[in-house]
Design a protein around this ligand. Structure first.
Ligand code: C5P
Length: 400
């Protein structure tokens, strides 16, 4: 993984039902090689036993200011020395209020005040508590104070209500924490990304599509967000959870995707076409399910518009990046495609990586081929974003 993996993280847990999800977060952080020190408030220990976190992190959990297990008796200072960040997940409404006021009446709030590293919070509470003007005020104050606020997400809540207030899921939170440390190479840039397959209807239930999990496109969206960009993700049908900070636009067919791209591309600095767009659509799809019989069924297929080519050929196009999945001769076919599509940059891989979390990606630009070492898609997405930032910075100004 990236250089963030050896970071020492103080994981603060406050009292809320989402504390159970913090166990998974601690596990994921450990898996990433982070050094995790858990500190809990008293109310957090009502939801999950400290022993759970001790077992997951291999370290004793601390809850009180007056703990004599720390030699100098100053746990609030010791824990944040050399720490990369304090991450409070879940952060209750009460704890956010405390942080906003700079109060320090327990170990966790005291170490938050005494720290000299970034503070990140993942709020979790009932939706009405989140919507309360007092909470809004506290969160706005925390943001002004430079605290990173991740979430909350929207959805079904433990209280049975529906709305904003759920803690962001642990995997997404880990990505938020890692993303925080990424260089902001695309700060202020607007990035539009297509991802996933498209689905072209044959009838009410059947269709033709391409093999594409959407994982690469979603990883590119995540990496662009982490680089400070404003990201819109136009996604074909996938089972993936999009990064919460991206604007998501759903598309089904290539025509839907083209319409969405045309609506949004005017605002865009960088367009990255990762979607595996179906090359054909079915002429005259049936509204009703076609009855099965023993006869041969003939479908009439017409070519879909090439979304990327449409964008490249706009009078004032954004910086365009394409993807190519090939089943053979990657270097040769990718270069041919890059020239045919008039792209400054194209990322190519072999189709074997489609469903996997890992890939073997090569970047093709005017200087040649740049193979990236085999690795997780998020790592390749970050390398791609760094490469885009470099080329985007060098592009000729309009009119040159
Ligand atoms: O020609 P091919 O489909 O291999 O090109 C792949 C690149 O073109 C990808 O970036 C893909 O998102 C884009 N594309 C597109 N619209 C199509 C076909 C491909 O945007 N109809």
């Amino acid at each position: 993984m990236s250089d963030t993996v050896k970071k020492r993280i103080v994981l603060g847990i406050t009292g809320g039902i989402a504390a159970y999800k913090a166990a998974e977060l601690a596990r994921l952080m450990m898996k990433r090689g982070m050094d995790v020190q858990v500190v809990m408030t008293d109310s957090a220990t009502r939801f999950v036993a400290p022993l759970t976190f001790q077992a997951l992190t291999g370290k004793p959990v601390f809850t009180g200011l007056w703990d004599d297990r720390i030699d100098n008796g100053m746990a609030h200072v010791e824990f944040t020395r050399g720490a990369a960040a304090v991450v409070v997940a879940p952060a209750s409404a009460d704890f956010l209020a405390k942080l906003a006021q700079g109060r320090a009446d327990d170990l966790l709030s005291t170490l938050c005040l005494a720290r000299d590293c970034p503070l990140m919070v993942a709020p979790a509470m009932n939706r009405q508590m989140w919507d309360n003007p007092a909470t809004k005020r506290n969160v706005a104050q925390l943001k002004r104070d430079g605290v990173a606020v991740f979430g909350p997400a929207s959805g079904e809540q433990a209280c049975g209500e529906e709305g904003f207030g759920r803690m962001v899921e642990p995997e997404e939170l880990l990505a938020d924490v890692e993303g925080y440390f990424q260089p902001k190479l695309l700060a202020g840039r607007k990035v539009l990304i297509t991802a996933g397959p498209t689905f072209e209807a044959i009838d009410a239930v059947r269709g033709i599509t391409n093999r594409s999990s959407g994982k690469m496109g979603y990883a590119v969206a995540r990496a662009a967000l982490d680089a400070g960009a404003e990201v819109t993700l136009i996604s074909g049908p996938t089972c993936l959870a999009p990064p919460a900070a991206a604007k998501l636009v759903k598309a089904v067919s290539a025509q839907d995707m083209l319409t969405a791209v045309n609506d949004l591309v005017g605002e865009t600095d960088i367009f990255i076409g990762v979607a595996a767009v179906a090359d054909y659509y079915v002429l005259n799809p049936s509204e009703q399910k076609i009855k099965k019989d023993a006869h041969i069924l003939t479908l009439e297929l017409a070519p879909n518009p090439d979304i990327l080519a449409n964008v490249v050929n706009l009078p004032n196009p954004p910086f365009c990046v394409g993807f190519a999945a090939e089943s053979e001769s990657l270097f040769e076919f990718a270069e041919i495609k890059r020239h045919r599509k008039k792209l400054p940059l194209l990322a190519g891989n072999l189709v074997e990586a489609i469903d996997s979390d890992e890939s073997e990606l090569t970047l093709f630009d005017d200087e040649g081929a740049h193979p990236l070492p085999r690795g997780p898609k998020i790592q390749h997405a970050r390398s791609l974003i760094a490469h885009i930032a470099k080329l985007y910075g060098r592009r000729p100004a309009a009119g040159e």
